[in-house]
Design a protein around this ligand. Structure first.
Ligand SMILES: Cc1ncc(C[n+]2csc(CCOP(=O)(O)OP(=O)(O)O)c2C)c(N)n1
Ligand SMILES: [Mg+2]
Length: 597
């Protein structure tokens, strides 16, 4: 059989270094699937349960490896299913290439079955590059550009290949001539650095500041040493946006942990008190958690000029890679002699961790487990090279506050799209990328029912191919869409609405066992240590089905007085909340979290 255009597509992907494609078949990509079968020794097709999950896995692969993630779907329904996962990657600036089938070129425009306007469908999510390869000779440059642009612009790109083109004879290079395109392989990582005069200006501001707060995000993940060195010189504290959770280990005494609604009181206090802000590789969206306007002189470092001065009026915008830019900045900084600001932060951080440890005491409430104890137990049990993913939901709060990052760990979640479901697929992608490392997903029952359960089947299908089969999935079985139930109470002052918030009970541990995984139901706090140990020493992926208390409030660290009032009104109107207990819980929270109390 002659080499087909689809074979050539596979070979070109292999030449680009792609080893794994996450996807789901269909007749719009049968030609490519045939090519992947013929090249299966060099490139692996991972079959997921739903194309959205393939896109989450490609995004997770990109987040954890720094490489391009690749996903694939058939024309029409498969292509449409990809979208939410691709948006997750786009919004978190991850390089992902989607390869999508289409009806025959000859049938296009004829309302053929499964024909949708894919160029329009992907126009927004793959705005950086979406192209249809209408003949075999266009495959090379379309794929080359999709791969290169995804990396260069940290974004999602898409190549659409009509089914009849896939089966045509390969044309690897275009004949020389007018308008011939001869593209090449490879992407050169460049060191982006700001102008020297801007670096000097930034250094002068940082050297003058008395109370410097550093905020890091995903853009600082490879700059751990430099960030710590800067904070050390300046007597600063370091707060972390959630996508940057693994940028700085939590045993750095002046690391204040997460910031924002899911954040810590030391981060809040530091931002309220600082006179200088250094923001590194972050687009943390909530400006009310940054210093009050006019209080701080601010400097930002970001590789993308689009992201500069977006959240706070920056006095100096340093456009460059975090690691390289900080390395240039460091020699210009003077060691702050007055350490009182940092000393205060260190004390605040110690108090905070004591409070977190108190809250993590294994304790039942309303006959159900308080979630903090489980997250704390998992945190203690993690090996130094663990890879963590959290879903959107109340899990993100406890992940943000209770899980202590150590050097070598990786951690992520859907930061900017904040979509439900990626917890499980990210964790599975971590296992394919790093089969010898333990990966852990922390997920709500709503997210499990929305897609996480289905993807457990993918884990069951493949875990025997992983060198270390351990994948731990913690399910917060609270029978509630809890994060939103609390948002409705705290932000709207509304009582819980059972019709929209109740989630049916499912025994996730039994489902796990049914499909060949380990299932552990965690019913009381006294079983936490044993359950976590059992999951982490299992010979297969393990699901901890934890019956947690939906009344445990994942409140922000500084709930405002108005929110507290609205909240107490709502619990008073909400018989299901157990008025006295909830009001008591609120009083405790206010005392713990509101600054100055
Ligand atoms: C796709 C999607 N739909 C809806 C939401 C809004 N939302 C955010 S968190 C959440 C509740 C999640 O419930 P669950 O997974 O059970 O976690 P819990 O908060 O109960 O721990 C919802 C509905 C979302 N972020 N993404
Ligand atoms: Mg829930």
């Amino acid at each position: 059989m002659a080499k087909t255009a689809a074979d050539y597509l596979c070979e070109r992907l292999i030449e680009w270094g792609v080893k794994t494609i996450y996807g789901y078949p269909g007749d719009g990509i049968n030609g490519i699937i045939g090519g992947l079968r013929r090249h299966q020794d060099e490139i692996r097709f991972i079959q997921v349960r739903h194309e959205e999950q393939a896109a989450f896995m490609a995004g997770g692969h990109a987040k954890f490896t720094g490489e391009v993630g690749v996903c694939m779907a058939t024309s029409g329904p498969g292509a449409i299913h990809l979208l939410n996962g691709l948006y997750d990657a786009k919004l978190d600036h991850q390089p992902v290439v989607a390869i999508v089938g289409q009806t025959f070129v000859t049938a296009m425009g004829g309302d053929m079955q499964q024909e949708v306007d894919l160029l329009s469908l992907f126009k927004d999510v793959a705005s950086a590059y979406v192209q249809q390869a209408n003949s075999p000779s266009t495959i090379r440059h379309c794929l080359d550009r999709a791969m290169r642009i995804a990396q260069a612009e940290h974004t999602v790109t898409c190549v659409i290949v009509p089914a009849d083109v896939q089966d045509m004879d390969a044309v690897e290079t275009q004949p020389p001539g007018f308008k011939a395109i001869h593209s090449g392989l490879g992407f050169a990582h460049t060191r982006h650095l700001p102008d020297e005069q801007d670096l000097r200006k930034a250094a002068e501001i940082l050297n003058t500041g008395q109370k410097v707060a550093v905020l890091v995000g995903a853009g600082a993940l490879d700059a751990t040493d430099e960030v710590i060195a800067v904070a050390d010189l300046l007597g600063a504290g370091i707060a972390k946006a959630l996508l940057g959770k693994a940028a700085v280990p939590d045993d750095v005494p002046y690391c204040t942990g997460s910031i924002g609604l899911l954040g810590t009181k030391p981060s809040w206090d530091m931002m309220q008190e600082c006179d200088t802000l250094l923001m590194i590789g972050s687009s943390f969206p909530y400006s009310n958690f940054l210093p009050p306007l006019g209080q701080a002189r601010a400097i930002q470092i970001d590789y993308s000029p689009r992201m500069l001065s977006l959240r706070y009026p920056m006095e100096v915008n340093l456009c460059g890679d975090s690691k390289a830019t900080l390395a240039e900045l460091l020699p210009l900084l003077k060691r702050h002699q007055d350490r009182s600001f940092q000393d205060g932060i260190v004390k605040n951080v110690e108090d905070w961790w004591r409070l977190m440890d108190d809250q993590a005491q294994p304790e039942d409430h309303n006959g159900r487990i308080r979630p903090q104890g489980i997250f704390s137990a998992i945190s203690r049990r993690l090996p130094d090279n663990a890879i963590l993913s959290s879903d959107s939901g109340s899990a993100a709060n406890w992940f943000a506050r209770q899980v202590k990052i150590r050097r070598g760990m990786k951690a992520s979640l859907s930061g900017n799209l904040a979509t439900m479901v990626p917890g499980v697929p990210y964790a599975i992608a971590a296992k394919f990328a790093f089969p010898d490392r333990i990966s852990v997903a922390m997920v709500g029952d709503g997210a499990m029912q929305m897609g996480g359960m289905a993807e457990l089947i993918t884990a069951a299908k493949y875990y025997k191919t992983w060198k270390d089969p351990r994948l731990v999935i913690l399910v917060l079985n609270n029978e509630d869409l809890n994060q939103v139930s609390w948002e409705q109470r705290v932000m709207e002052g509304d009582p819980r609405f059972a019709a929209s918030q109740d989630i049916p009970y499912v025994p996730y541990h039994q489902f796990a066992e049914m499909i060949g995984l380990k299932g552990i139901q965690l019913r009381t706090s006294s079983e936490i240590e044993a359950a976590v140990n059992e999951a982490f020493s299992s010979d297969r992926p393990a699901v901890i089905d934890a019956l947690t208390d939906p009344e445990e409030a994942p409140l922000p660290p500084h709930i405002t007085f108005k929110e507290a009032i609205d909240f107490s009104k709502s619990v008073a109107k909400d018989p299901s909340a157990g008025i006295t207990g909830a009001l008591e819980a609120l009083r405790e929270k206010v005392d713990e979290f509101v600054p100055g109390r």
